[in-house]
Design a binder for this molecule. Structure first.
Ligand code: GUN
Length: 284
């Protein structure tokens, strides 16, 4: 059993990005990332702080726009439009969840697809689905990078994804398909789930239930990717996988925390840099 060290891999990834940032800066462009945080959601504040730290440590121009939970949808759209037009900003994201009176879809649709570093805009989703991606949702993108970096073969393998969200499950299944895995996309209503997951060489779990996956779900020698971040009342964060019980029978497994999360952030930085590089035709 080997642990996929997402934290170490994220550090390595960001080190490589830093060199590209310096090169771009020498040509007069500083990658710029704007993040809009609406309200006081505790988890969102932690995520945003992490993104800000990463952006600053890479030498990006970083804007965190904190606005009241009482902001109207119209005013939030105005803010999005402002950053869409801002030449100094190459990457723009609005942290979710949003207050109930704001429609997340409408906000997502308003972001310029070329600045949509989360990869949530339908143009980016559609392009990914067609095999011609521009911006890729960062969590599945980071997971694919883990496979590459750990030389985990994907082509020809049985891959099972648990969870069908637009942010993780669906794009994950698409990326695995593009990498020539045979993919089964399962979810909370799937019948006989352990029977299906037991066939998986690669199992990606993004269902959002603490310790949902026990050893009955896992084939010996499988690669297990845990996307879950379940925050308990005492502040502790648990994954969707019972790591202690399952780790023994896997070939590769991600821990929580220190697995998928840090790589998600690293990919956000990479996509911001890519967006800035595209400005001068250094990427396509
Ligand atoms: N909320 C939880 N995860 C994410 C994410 O990756 N992007 C945004 N914008 N909001 C989130």
């Amino acid at each position: 059993m080997a642990i996929i060290d997402g934290k170490a891999l994220a550090t390595k990834t960001k080190k490589a990005l830093k060199q590209r940032v310096e090169r771009l800066k020498s040509k007069g462009i500083t990658p710029g990332l704007a993040a809009i945080l609406v309200g006081e959601n505790q988890a969102s504040q932690i995520y945003i702080r992490g993104k800000e730290q990463d952006a600053k440590s890479l030498g990006f121009y970083s804007v965190i726009d904190r606005v009241s939970a009482a902001i109207s949808q119209k005013d939030l759209l105005r803010k999005v439009e402002k950053y869409n037009k801002d030449e100094k900003i190459h990457g723009l994201l609005v942290q979710f969840p949003l207050p109930k009176h704001i429609d997340e879809k409408i906000i997502t649709f308003a972001i310029d697809p070329k600045k949509d570093v989360d990869g949530f805009h339908p143009v980016n989703m559609g392009r990914l689905f067609m095999g011609n991606p521009l911006m890729i949702p960062c969590t599945p993108f980071g997971i694919m990078r883990m496979f590459e970096e750990y030389n985990i073969e994907v082509a020809g393998k049985e891959a099972v994804v648990i969870g069908r969200s637009n942010i993780v499950g669906k794009p994950m299944a698409t990326l695995l398909t593009m990498a020539n895995a045979t993919v089964t996309l399962t979810h909370s209503k799937t019948k006989n789930l352990p029977e299906i997951t037991k066939c998986a060489d690669i199992l990606v779990v993004a269902i959002g239930r603490a310790y949902f996956v026990s050893k009955e779900f896992v084939k010996k020698g499988a690669t297990l990717i845990d996307v879950g971040m379940n925050r308990l009342e005492n502040g502790k964060v648990l994954g969707d996988v019972n790591f202690k019980e399952v780790a023994k029978i896997t070939s590769f497994i991600t821990p929580t925390p220190g697995g998928v999360g840090p790589m998600t952030r690293a990919m956000l930085m990479e996509q911001t840099l890519l967006a800035a590089e595209r400005k001068i035709g250094e990427s396509f």
